[in-house]
Design a protein. Structure first.
Length: 196
């Protein structure tokens, strides 16, 4: 076989192998930016503050059917780009919830636990996602007691906003909940966002 045919066969096989890889294996590193400027790799972490909203719908367990909506009164943490390479990282070190309203009862509160909540940026075509692997929330209601929910949530970062949506569970007590945690992040230097 001629050299050009070997090159063509190799190119086809390489393309096929890449397409057959799981999405996570094809992921490309993403980095944190403020405004139009990439955060310097290896530099001191950039402080992040913010606010947002939380909604929880209990799907199973003693609180099944209970819905809770709260304001994210404040949050604090850090974002950074590791050196010399690697995906951007962030760490939420505190979140305070306020003005919780619940249905069908009005006596529930939510507390964030197990800080820091660490995450890493992952680029999976066509999105760049912020993946939090250990979010932990305690839902306490006068009817149904208290339940600790934990799990992973991920979402794209768009214009300083992360809309984390998914399921958290308490496997010990077979309890599950649908959760939406909408966070508006601010950092010194401009709007926080991700990029290649």
């Amino acid at each position: 076989m001629s050299t050009s045919r070997w090159v063509s066969v190799a190119a086809v096989l390489s393309a096929f192998a890449f397409a057959a890889m799981p999405a996570a294996a094809q992921a490309v590193n993403s980095h944190w930016y403020t405004g139009a400027k990439e955060l310097k790799r290896g530099a001191k972490p950039t402080a992040v503050k913010g606010h947002g909203k939380l909604s929880i719908q209990m799907l199973s367990g003693p609180q099944a059917g209970q819905g809770v909506a709260c304001e994210v009164k404040s949050l604090k943490g850090d974002v950074w780009n590791p050196a010399p390479k690697g995906a951007g990282k962030d760490s939420l070190t505190g979140i305070a919830f306020a003005k919780c309203k619940s249905t069908p009862t009005n006596s529930c509160k939510v507390t964030a636990l197990a800080f820091p909540w660490e995450s890493v940026l992952v680029r999976e075509y066509p999105e760049e996602l912020d993946l939090f692997e250990a979010i932990t929330l305690e839902v306490s209601c006068s009817a149904g007691g208290s339940t600790v929910l934990a799990g992973s949530l991920e979402a794209p970062v768009v214009g300083g906003t992360i809309d984390l949506v998914g399921s958290l569970e308490n496997n010990e007590h077979t309890v599950g909940a649908e959760v939406e945690l909408l966070l508006h992040l601010k950092a010194k230097g401009g709007t926080l966002h991700t990029g290649p």
